[in-house]
Design a protein around this ligand. Structure first.
Ligand code: HEM
Ligand code: NAG
Ligand code: NAG
Ligand code: NAG
Length: 369
């Protein structure tokens, strides 16, 4: 495999660190592995690729057209929609609970910490897509959780990333995500690889999924408060000095209310430069940079830095896995008419027994992964 031009810079940085031996060894190991013999993850019981063929045959193209158009006007929306799906799935499963007004990160949540604030434009886009689908298909037939999964995929595509097929048929939960649910489901950006893996293992994801999904940080923004403990009082030694200088210009003191790009090379393009950044010690969060520092995940980072195809293939696989975490299907949950509110007449506690079953089912099924 011919090295990409950009990798030349990466390799030079690695030589400077004195670890070119490890770099080359990892490369050989990956070549020996035979490259991309990726299998698609199993489709969860109750989901299918043609779920809306009868009830809303144009569902996918409606979402696709909307996202393409909206992202062409505001590229940041792609990042907002991708992160919304991630937060949904990591907090009590992909059930659109993140969208509920009253959830700890929901659209009406003014008290959410800066690191938890999701883009208001993304919540609005999901509701607008829901309205369009409801008009087109005469009634609320497409769930908000499916809209989230499709909009995330289409955001990736609209910003230059890979195409992948999304299994459909998720149902929405009537249950809010509490602040406690959110805190325990989402690892903080100060996490290192072992603690990230502890969180992911519980939801059926592994080290390769962690590295691939973190590649979502190839687009979007982060607040100073999410990483300024790497600048003050002492610089994080795993960060490149040039990158440190750059971040200090945006965040001159601890607690500055400003944002910076997650991917310093190509901030608005979904590509593999995020991994080139990590190899050059320009990851924004500890949770990013430790993927390169840690010997378990480093070879995966290096492989994705060398091959955008490898990253794209794995990203599609890992997103399908993430998108099926503890899904509600069949007669569980509901299809919300308004993605920000549970349907009238649904009490929070009513669906408890069905939720408990789903969690048990999901746990049983994740053993099959
Ligand atoms: C693995 C653990 C992860 C951690 C610790 C993490 C942490 C963060 C943090 C702290 C921010 C910035 C929040 C702020 O300061 O405003 C952020 C933004 C973002 N994250 Fe993650 N994240 C993780 C995984 C993911 C995954 C799996 C995806 C999607 C596949 C993702 C996609 C994004 C995107 C697109 C943004 C930018 C959002 C925007 O610009 O509105 N992250 N993440
Ligand atoms: C957000 O920041 C708080 C501290 O302000 C921290 O306790 C929490 O773990 C962080 N969570 C995420 C997901 O970044
Ligand atoms: C790297 O991550 C692995 C897997 O979680 C862990 O066992 C190991 O201790 C980590 N290495 C360091 C130096 O933290
Ligand atoms: C949807 O629900 C939210 C939260 O309850 C509410 O503020 C909004 O007005 C509702 N939208 C419509 C169109 O009913």
């Amino acid at each position: 495999m011919a090295p990409l031009p950009l990798l030349a810079a990466a390799v030079i940085a690695v030589v400077a660190l004195g670890s070119v031996g490890a770099y080359a060894a990892a490369g050989q190991e990956q070549e020996a592995g035979g490259g991309n013999d990726l299998r698609q993850p199993p489709v969860a019981r109750g989901l299918s690729f043609d779920f809306y063929r009868q009830s809303c045959p144009r569902a996918e193209s409606i979402v696709r057209d909307f996202v393409r158009d909206a992202v062409s006007k505001d590229v940041g929306l792609a990042a907002g929609l991708l992160r919304l799906h991630f937060h949904d799935c990591f907090v009590q499963g992909c059930d659109a609970s993140v969208l509920l007004d009253g959830s700890a990160t929901g659209p009406g949540e003014q008290q959410a910490k800066p690191n938890l604030t999701l883009r208001p434009s993304a919540f609005k886009a999901i509701n607008d897509i829901g309205d369009r689908l409801e008009r087109e298909c005469r009634g609320a037939v497409v769930s908000c959780s499916d809209i989230l999964a499709l909009a995330a995929r289409d955001s990736v595509v609209a910003s230059g990333g890979p195409e992948y097929r999304v299994p459909l048929g998720r149902r929405d939960s009537p249950r809010f995500a509490t602040a406690q649910d959110v805190l325990s489901g989402l690892p903080p950006p100060s996490s290192n690889v072992p603690s990230l893996l502890d969180v992911l293992r519980k939801i059926g994801l592994d080290a390769t999924d962690l590295v691939a999904l973190s590649g979502g940080h190839t687009v979007g923004l982060g607040h100073c408060t999410s990483f300024d403990d790497r600048l003050f009082p002492r610089p994080d030694p795993t960060m490149s000095p040039d990158f440190l200088g750059r971040l200090k210009r945006t965040c001159p003191a601890k607690g500055t209310d400003a944002r910076t790009v997650l991917d310093v090379r190509t901030p608005n393009v979904f590509d593999n430069k995020y991994y080139v950044n990590l190899v050059n010690r320009e990851g924004l969060f500890v949770s990013d940079q430790d993927l390169f520092t840690n010997a378990t995940t480093r070879p995966i980072v290096e492989r994705f830095a060398r091959s955008q195809n490898d990253f794209f293939d794995q990203f599609g696989v890992s997103m399908v896995k993430m998108g099926q975490i503890k899904v509600l299907t069949g007669d569980q949950g509901q299809v919300r008419r308004n993605c920000s509110a549970r349907n009238p007449g649904t009490a929070d506690g009513l669906q408890w027994s069905s939720l408990v079953h789903t969690v048990v089912d999901a746990a049983a099924e994740s053993l099959g992964f």
